[in-house]
Design a protein around this ligand. Structure first.
Ligand SMILES: [Zn+2]
Ligand SMILES: [Zn+2]
Ligand SMILES: [Zn+2]
Length: 361
């Protein structure tokens, strides 16, 4: 007899924060051709002669913005993006004609070279280095927000592996600062504000509480068989003193994991030096779990933090920053693109169990 966890799952799960990002969980094989992205053999070389991001090739990058801890013997370097998606060099007036609208592509696009070693993966970096990296994210966000009041959002993200859109194999993150708030962030901000007004609670804090304390058994009305058991900690992948890594119940991607501060905090800019150390540990361990299960995981991660918009000034109690990690194990199908549904072929419970089972040193 199969346990509830092994039963095929076919259900639509509603994202409690952004319902439009709901997911069809369908673990029945053959639901779609599984266009699995074969794990690309990872380039693990420490140094590559021709790589513009490698030590000794600093002259090959666009102008440098900053280096940590120092320009010589840098561990992390920030440079301009060679092909920026947005720029502050030309400023056109906003235009509209007929039904079409143009907002000037004003903004900033920068590259953070995460490490001076070419092929090092996040879980192979030392915890002090990861603390430095997340501190650099924070500093850069802060400086960009201060640099121009037109900037409403600074998005930090990382593409790792060709399937995740990384065009240069040397490990790096990116910063894009925009004069508009991305739609998905705005939806999170507005919906969590509405939840707060109804419940006087931050929805993200409530989700963390549920993950840590919730237990339920649902029985089938006719047969009396157990239909679903949700047990305490079933969705918790990793826990540190100040942070938690959770597998969302309505995960859009098979191996998606979110990291949140355990104590309410809306703006990533407020993370303390001490908390960065704790985050670094949780991050390294979470990425090690993903790597052990997926073997050379290709992934994106991105940071969602309170936008700097005067209109969102009252969202300090309702919004809660988080890091979304989205490994790329399949390409979206026509059904997904046409319907807007995400299809996830691995039950989040099963994925969480696998990730938790990895033995870390
Ligand atoms: Zn390199
Ligand atoms: Zn909260
Ligand atoms: Zn988010």
């Amino acid at each position: 007899m199969s346990t509830p966890a092994e039963k095929p799952v076919r259900e639509i799960r509603i994202n409690p924060i952004v319902p439009s990002e709901s997911v069809l969980i369908s673990t029945a094989r053959g639901m779609r051709p599984k266009n699995a992205e074969a794990p690309a053999p990872r380039d693990t070389r420490a140094h590559v002669e021709t790589c513009p991001f490698c030590v000794g090739n600093e002259h090959m990058t666009p102008p440098m913005i900053a280096a940590y801890p120092a320009e010589k013997h840098w561990e992390i370097r920030i440079v301009e993006n060679l092909y920026p998606v947005l720029g502050d060099d030309r400023q056109n007036p906003n235009l509209s004609f007929g039904l079409q609208q143009i907002i000037d592509g004003y903004g900033r696009h920068e590259v953070i070279i995460d490490h001076n070693q070419h092929g090092v993966a996040i879980h192979e970096m030392s915890e002090p280095h990861l603390a430095l990296l997340f501190g650099v994210y924070r500093d850069r966000m802060e400086q960009l927000y201060k640099s121009n009041s037109r900037l409403r959002y600074v998005l930090i993200f990382k593409n790792f592996g060709p399937a995740a859109g990384a065009s240069i194999p040397h490990t790096h993150s990116q910063v894009v600062a925009t004069p508009v708030i991305p739609d998905n962030v705005q939806a999170e901000v507005s919906n969590s504000r509405a939840f707060y007004h109804r419940n006087h609670h931050c929805i993200y804090c409530s989700l963390v509480d549920e993950a840590l304390t919730f237990e339920v058994t649902l029985y089938d009305r006719e047969s009396g068989e157990i239909r679903r058991e949700i047990s305490v900690g079933q969705y918790v992948i990793e826990r540190a003193k100040k942070f938690i890594a959770i597998k969302p119940f309505a995960s859009r991607y098979e191996w998606e994991v979110h990291i949140l501060p355990l104590q309410h905090q809306s703006d990533f800019l407020r993370i303390s030096k001490h908390d960065l150390d704790d985050l670094a540990r949780l991050m390294r361990r979470t990425m090690a779990r993903l790597d052990a299960v997926l073997r050379c995981a290709q992934y994106n991660y991105f940071l969602h933090s309170l936008p700097h918009d005067p209109d969102d000034g009252d969202c300090d109690a309702s919004y809660h920053w988080h890091l979304e990690i989205t490994p790329r194990t399949s390409v979206p199908s026509g059904f997904e693109l046409g319907s807007g549904f995400f299809v996830n072929t691995v039950a989040p419970e099963a994925a969480a169990e696998k990730l938790r089972a990895v033995v870390l040193d």
